[in-house]
Design a binder for this molecule. Structure first.
Ligand code: FAD
Length: 386
């Protein structure tokens, strides 16, 4: 263990190695820094928010157009990871977003596509049916096609960032729970159950547990239980790659999204809305049940009836929600050497490749060239200052 005189053993310590922490660790190690990644469970565990074979990626961004430059950079960084590792992390399937009249999904994506000149096409329900026979939209629904939308292979992406971080000299501690961080004059002490670590800066990417380490976030974050379902379609030929794109459909009381069966595990779909609040992330369980199946099956019977075959699997996962559903990416007001990242609200994974870069910038330079003004932690204390 380093003494105060020699300086901390690590330039940066990353707490939590889900999608964000693994990407941050890789970007930091690639810059030749002495870095350590600390994960309380095993790598690839299913207790948090990043597990599973797939996450959707899309350019025209209904949540807010200001996300588009970040998604563009995310694509570039995912491609850079693919070039470095020789693995394909992205699967381009295109994305169909559709919704009832007055919905937010299509209007928001359309506005972002027009503002940022993103390739897109408005489609009538009949044209969606002609191109993608699995999708049955009622008359009056609007739909939009974005050809560059698709899938990020989630588990693989995080594993490749860990692999590249290790290759660049990063140290990784698993089954090591951080209990707290103590800023000192020359370094920050990270107190774990089994040891203490000293680092010049800390990046906290603890997902649903982040408020345990950054208590000032506890009043603003809430945890949602999310359930995912996989089905064996009645007509599998309509649900494979090339036949079905990634899709999201907004009806009167739900937004349900899904993926083609690209790895033989069945056709995956899920609701974007919570199926229950979680008080603490430790309470989350892999307890998906009949009510979760009923929710997506009733949606499928209306909008993708040929998909409502035998149930193959179900999983749960955590959304860490902010009140405005925007991310928190900032340096701690208490100590700028502490970088805080809670980029979730159910839409963060696609950005992991650029958020890793931003977190490395903030930890090493104290600033980043990417526009993260929307993600300030102070906005909750002073919403008017947004
Ligand atoms: C069902 C579902 C569907 C989603 N779909 C999409 C999608 O289609 N597209 C998209 O872009 N995003 C999507 N998301 C969001 C995305 O998956 C998340 O934003 C992202 O995975 C968050 O990553 P994270 O690294 O912040 O959190 P996590 O993966 O939860 O990582 C946090 C890590 O910190 C560790 N940790 C916590 N406390 C400690 C401690 N004290 N000491 C050490 N380690 C600790 C945890 O064990 C965990 O590994 C979805 C999320 C869910 C749940």
């Amino acid at each position: 263990m380093a003494t105060e005189a020699r300086g901390p053993a690590y330039d940066v310590a990353v707490i939590g190695l889900g999608a964000m922490g693994s990407a941050a660790l890789s970007h930091l190690a690639a810059r030749g820094k002495r870095v350590v990644g600390i994960e309380r469970f095993r790598l690839g565990h299913e207790r948090g928010s990043s597990h599973g074979e797939s996450r959707a990626i899309r350019l025209g961004y209904f949540e807010h157009p200001s996300y588009v430059p970040l998604v563009r950079r995310a694509y570039e960084n995912w491609n850079a990871l693919e070039r470095r590792t020789g693995e394909s992390v992205l699967v381009t399937t295109g994305i169909v977003e559709a919704g009832h009249p007055g919905g937010v999904l299509v209007e928001g994506s359309l506005a972002a596509c027009r503002l940022h000149d993103i390739d897109h096409e408005l489609l009538e329900p009949s044209e969606v049916r002609r191109r993608f026979p699995a999708i049955l939209l009622p008359d009056g629904y609007r739909a939009m096609w974005q050809p560059q939308g698709g899938i990020v292979k989630a588990d693989l992406a995080s594993a490749l960032y860990i692999q590249t971080a290790r290759a660049d000299g990063a140290e990784i501690l698993t089954e090591t729970k951080v209990l707290g961080i103590e800023p000192g004059a020359a370094s920050i002490r990270i107190v774990c159950e089994t040891r203490t670590i000293e680092a010049g800066a800390v990046v906290v990417c603890a997902g649903g547990w982040i408020a345990d380490i950054v208590p000032e976030l506890r009043p603003v974050l809430s945890l949602s239980r999310m359930a995912l379902t996989w089905y064996r379609p009645k007509r599998p030929e309509l649900f494979g790659l090339g036949a079905l794109p990634v899709f999201a459909v907004e009806n009167e009381d739900d937004i349900v999204y899904g993926f083609p069966d690209f790895v033989g595990t069945g056709f995956k779909c899920a609701s974007h809305f919570s199926s229950g609040r979680i008080v603490h992330a430790d309470d989350a369980r892999q307890d998906a049940g009949p009510a979760d199946e009923a929710r997506t099956r009733s949606f499928l019977e209306r909008f993708l009836p040929d998909g409502a075959g035998d149930l193959v699997a179900m999983k749960t996962c955590i959304y860490t929600m902010t009140p405005d559903e925007d991310f928190v990416i900032d340096r701690s007001p208490a100590d700028p050497r502490i970088v805080i990242a809670s980029p979730c609200s159910g839409h963060g994974f696609k950005f992991a490749s650029v958020i890793g870069e931003v977190l490395a910038d903030l930890a090493l330079e104290g600033e980043t060239g990417h526009d993260i003004s929307r993600f300030r932690i102070g906005r909750f204390a002073d919403p008017a200052g947004r």
